[in-house]
Design a protein around this ligand. Structure first.
Ligand SMILES: Nc1ncnc2c1ncn2[C@@H]1O[C@H](COP(=O)(O)OP(=O)(O)OP(=O)(O)O)[C@@H](O)[C@H]1O
Length: 596
């Protein structure tokens, strides 16, 4: 019950005017039947002009009820859009605001997200707006019930329990039936998804071709039929049960009403009350059922409760801890010193959530202020993982990462001091400029970053077109051009706030000349900033101040190119192999398993 009342809190998002309007409409709906009963009694009791006035009043009540109904749908649509919109925004904010990625990647959080953001694509999936408005409607119904009870009590107090209790029992029975039907539906949703899949297979062009060629039509139809029946048979069984039990509801509704009608009728003949009062009691008795037994609310409430619970659990799991000061974080980020910090990985051990094997295991590494540090290693060595830990997206299982001695986990706004080009950078369906600056609006910095990345001519040519052919007037870019856009995004951050640039395979899609020109430019642009460069192209890495080779979760070799070559270890072997392949006209990247 507490949860059902708490659902009402969602109503705030509807805004005061739609909420007030809906409140009035639902109230009018709920009180119209008892008020009609009362005005009808006045019509019957009055004579002459009084009767006319009472009849007009009754007509007015009926008309007001119908008028209110005509506004109900548009207002419900508006309120629902606002409530569900605010709810989805809150869920998205929770997901994006989670301190680290492992929080949102947990299986439980993923499942809760799926429940909280499910699109209603059948009658059983409900949204918070459905639940909250149903709860409001239920409250109004009970108000209508009180009025009906008042009319009944005007004849005799015991009419109230005699009518209201069976009506409540009918509501409970119908509600129970709905809830059971709802659960049967949910239990067979898996089969529904499957029969939808097989229905798609029967009509999809590619499958159609293959099924004919392989003569597999009967096989598909058998699957389709099996899942349709598995989904529908439990529902049919439940429908039969509803029909079987229906007599109980009829008896519960009809017998008390019949007793009350006869008793009130006889009482009127005996002069216990007027005909007008008897008519009002008759109408109010029936209205009690009309007001209470409407059960559309029950299923909306039942369907919205899992969404409500999922949202509550997500708040609990993802909301920033009490006292977390986001504004403080922004201020802190704004006040970062000009000089990049000395970053240290100290005995860092890390395994991805749900996996046993550590990717990094006792990693010690220094990223000195202003240096260009290259990280190399075979596929899967943990280079990208190192960057995500550096950005604070995951926390180490053991050891720590510090910036000027402070644990980065405790540094508010730490991520904003880094500009990271991830291997899997994001391609937003937005114009190039907005892909670079995202939500920020420092035009000079944005234009500078676009120039730095060598994209000025392309930006002028695109003239604000969105970078996706899925959008009207949109265009797509080549893989290399996209990579430069992602780089420009990081260079924008470097111009505005970041002190450390992290480049994870930033030139994998670039031709050798573009890459060469880019690095020539970058040397000037990032002067004074620290740069962590991950690359399989050792020719690119060679110019780094220091190169570290990651293997077995820790740093296996470290030094300048010349030092590592002189050492004659794995880096030297990789270099010689790449040089030879390059000389032979092959690609110059290291391939997994190329060196052992
Ligand atoms: N989100 C994830 N969940 C679980 N395991 C992951 C995840 N991301 C990466 N891994 C695993 O962690 C290991 C290191 O991956 P990582 O991407 O850091 O390697 P890498 O050195 O950057 O490789 P590459 O050179 O291929 O880019 C791999 O075994 C990979 O399968």
């Amino acid at each position: 019950m507490r949860e059902r009342i708490a659902l009402l809190s969602f109503l705030r998002a509807a805004g005061p005017a739609p909420l007030a309007g809906l409140g009035v409409i639902l109230l009018v709906n709920a009180v119209a039947p008892p008020v009609t009963a009362v005005t009808m009694a006045y019509v019957l009791r009055s004579g002459g002009t009084d009767a006319l006035t009472a009849a007009l009043a009754m007509g007015g009540v009926v008309l007001a009820g119908q008028l209110a109904l005509s506004f109900q749908q548009p207002l419900t649509l508006l309120a629902s859009a606002r409530i569900d919109g605010a709810f989805r925004t809150r869920i998205a904010a929770l997901a994006l605001g989670a301190a680290t990625l492992d929080l949102v990647e947990r299986q439980r959080v993923r499942s809760l997200m799926a429940v909280a953001t499910a699109e209603p694509d059948d009658w059983a999936t409900k949204t918070p707006a459905d639940g909250a408005l149903a709860q409001l409607s239920t409250l109004m119904r009970y108000l209508g019930l009180v009025l009906c009870a008042a009319v009944l009590a005007a004849w005799s107090w015991w009419l109230v329990p005699a009518v209201v209790l069976p009506a409540l029992a009918v509501r409970a029975l119908i509600g129970q039936g709905w809830i059971r039907h709802f659960r049967v539906w949910l239990a067979s949703v898996g089969d529904r998804r499957w029969f939808e899949y097989w229905a798609g297979v029967t009509s999809a062009p590619a499958e159609g071709k293959e099924l004919r060629v392989f003569g597999a039509a009967d096989w598909v139809l058998a699957h389709y039929r099996r899942h349709v029946l598995a989904h529908l048979e439990p529902l049919w069984a439940d429908d039969r049960r509803v029909m079987r039990d229906h007599w109980l509801r009829v008896v519960l509704a009809v017998v008390p009403l019949a007793v009350v009608y006869v008793w009130v009728g006889l009482g009127t003949v005996d002069g216990h009350g007027s005909l007008a009062l008897a008519a009002a009691v008759f109408t109010a008795s029936w209205s009690t059922y009309v007001v209470v037994a409407g059960t559309g609310d029950i299923i909306s409430l039942e369907g919205a409760l899992p969404v409500f619970r999922a949202a509550r659990d997500l708040e609990h799991l993802l909301a920033p801890a009490e006292g977390a000061d986001r504004d403080g974080a922004a201020r802190e980020a704004a006040a970062v010193p000009e000089r990049p910090p000395l970053i240290r990985f100290e005995g860092v051990r890390f395994a991805y959530p749900g996996t046993a094997r550590p990717v990094l295991d006792g990693l010690d590494l220094e990223i000195r202020p202003g240096e260009l540090l290259a990280v190399v290693g075979l596929n899967g060595a943990g280079k990208s993982t190192l960057t995500t830990l550096l950005a604070g997206l995951y926390r180490p299982d053991a050891g720590r990462i510090t910036a000027d001695g402070a644990d980065v986990a405790d540094l508010p706004g730490w991520a904003s001091r880094l500009a990271v080009v991830h291997q899997g950078f994001v391609r937003y369906h937005l114009p190039l400029e907005r892909n670079v600056a995202l939500g920020e609006a420092d035009v000079a910095a944005r234009e500078g970053a676009v120039r730095d990345a060598g994209l000025a001519a392309l930006a002028a040519r695109l003239d604000g077109a969105p970078l996706s052919t899925a959008q009207p007037g949109g265009v797509d870019l080549s893989g290399g051009q996209w990579q430069l856009v992602a780089l420009a995004r990081a260079l924008y951050a470097i111009r505005t706030r970041a002190r450390v640039l992290v480049l994870d395979e930033p030139t994998a899609h670039l031709d050798v000349r573009t890459e060469h020109e880019l690095f020539q430019r970058l040397a000037g642009i990032v002067r004074g900033r620290s740069v962590v460069l991950i690359s399989h192209r050792l020719a690119t890495v060679r110019q780094a101040d220091r190169i570290v080779l990651l293997d077995g979760g820790r740093i296996a070799e470290s030094g300048t190119h010349d030092e590592l070559m002189a050492m004659g270890g794995r880096y030297a072997a990789m270099w010689l192999l790449q040089s030879r392949r390059f000389a032979e006209g092959y690609d110059d990247r290291l391939e997994a398993g190329g060196v052992r």
